[in-house]
Design a binder for this molecule. Structure first.
Ligand code: GLA
Length: 390
């Protein structure tokens, strides 16, 4: 038994008492290598699951009560609810995520016959933008499927997770995070076409290099409303160029096609957002081709271009992420660096040569603290698999 499994089972016993039937599970976090803000524009993304994520223990109850406990928020104690009260509530805090998934299972016609005691322990840094909420959603879905023998496929777990986040938690996210987590495969990234959910696993063989996450530690205050605003701007742009073109999404356009129709988009900001969506999608396709040809330098260059587009056209980076990336670009041995995830805070992803990792952390760390006034955190991460029972 792994150390972690022992630790969470012991804590579960301490919190909920020692009765048989407790089972332990895990779902990863994710990082997106390239293809940002394309997933709600019918474009491609290229994320991978991580070996860090959310650990959970769950046990069936004899009544319809739900009890939640998080080792990350121990001070909140046990939070109670019931299968007959699956409504989002501000005071329910983080438990709105697992409750949302239970509600979404019901909407899909799955019966949850009895309540549960659940304990979570995540090792994804809080608020880092490595999708701790999608990880909680997927681990919850996996628990329900396994404990009640529902045999829900991992792809459906992703769709149910997204549905609950959109309709229960009010975040209008795309499918990328839940898909990357539910479908993760060790040492592979997922090249996903969000227009039809066709996907391909691409091995990430980084010879002599590592994936380094730099976490800005910026609090993401207005993140969700800005996110929904960008979606709206892309929808406006699409509707203005759609007439007569026969396209369904911005992901259907090549760069050349976009350049010929772009002036139909009246508002300049909307035009810039659409430009990013189109170019970023094409960049993601090119990046995966480069990787297949083992051209990691070109992959890195496309990551850098992705950041510039997110900074100048999509405008979702901000001083913190720009500082992390621009300082990273100065370090010898950095193959590519960009913001990852929604932006407005959160973190960056960099591919760094083995021998440069220590210098990278030291020099980016120092420059960031001097410019921003507080420290960033750095994590050398590995690509892991999807959800599992421990
Ligand atoms: C968040 C959303 C994803 C995706 C990214 C941006 O992580 O949850 O669906 O839109 O932002 O690429």
């Amino acid at each position: 038994m792994t150390e972690m499994k022992k630790k969470i089972l012991e804590k579960f016993k301490e919190v909920y008492g020692d009765k048989p039937g407790a089972r332990a599970f895990f779902a990863p976090g994710r990082v997106n290598l390239i293809g940002e803000h394309t997933d709600y524009n019918g474009g491609h993304v290229f994320p991978c699951a991580l070996t860090i994520g959310t650990y959970a223990v769950a046990r069936k109850r004899e009544d319809r009560k739900l009890r939640f406990f998080s080792m990350n928020f121990e001070h909140l104690g046990v939070i109670e609810s019931s299968l007959d009260d699956l409504k989002p509530r501000r005071e329910a805090g983080w438990t709105n995520y697992p409750k949302g998934v239970m509600w979404a299972f019901g909407e899909r016609g799955y019966k949850i016959p009895c309540g549960l005691d659940i304990l979570l322990n995540g090792n994804i840094p809080n608020g880092s933008g490595l999708s701790s909420s999608a990880s909680v959603e997927i681990v919850t879905g996996y628990i329900l499927s396994e404990l009640f023998g529902l045999k829900v496929s991992n792809q459906d777990l992703a769709l149910i997770g997204q549905f609950s986040e959109n309709n229960f938690n009010g975040v209008n996210c795309g499918i990328m995070d839940q898909f990357a987590i539910a479908m993760g495969k060790k040492d592979h990234a997922i090249f996903l076409d969000t227009a039809d959910l066709s996907y391909e696993y691409a091995p990430i063989r980084l010879k002599d290099a590592k994936i380094v996450i730099s976490c800005s530690n910026k609090k993401r205050g207005l993140g969700n409303s800005k996110y929904n605003e960008r979606r709206g701007e892309c929808e406006t742009a699409l509707s203005e160029i759609q007439a007569g073109m026969g396209i369904r999404t911005l992901g259907d356009l090549t760069e050349e096609q976009f350049e010929t129709v772009k002036m139909a988009i009246k508002d300049e900001d909307c035009r810039k957002r659409a430009k990013h969506a189109v170019y970023e999608n094409q960049r993601t396709i090119k990046a995966v081709e480069a990787l297949k040809k083992n051209n990691i330098e070109l992959f890195g260059k496309l990551m850098n271009e992705s950041h510039i587009s997110l900074r100048d056209d999509y405008e979702v980076t901000g001083e913190e992420l720009d500082t992390l990336v621009e300082e990273a670009w100065k370090v010898d041995g950095v193959i590519g660096s960009r913001m990852t995830g929604a932006g407005f805070g959160g973190c960056t992803v960099s591919i760094v040569k083995d021998e440069a990792v220590d210098t990278f952390i030291e020099s980016v760390g120092k420059a960031y603290e001097a410019a921003i006034g507080y420290a960033a955190d750095f994590y050398v991460v590995e690509i892991g698999s999807g959800p599992c029972e421990l």
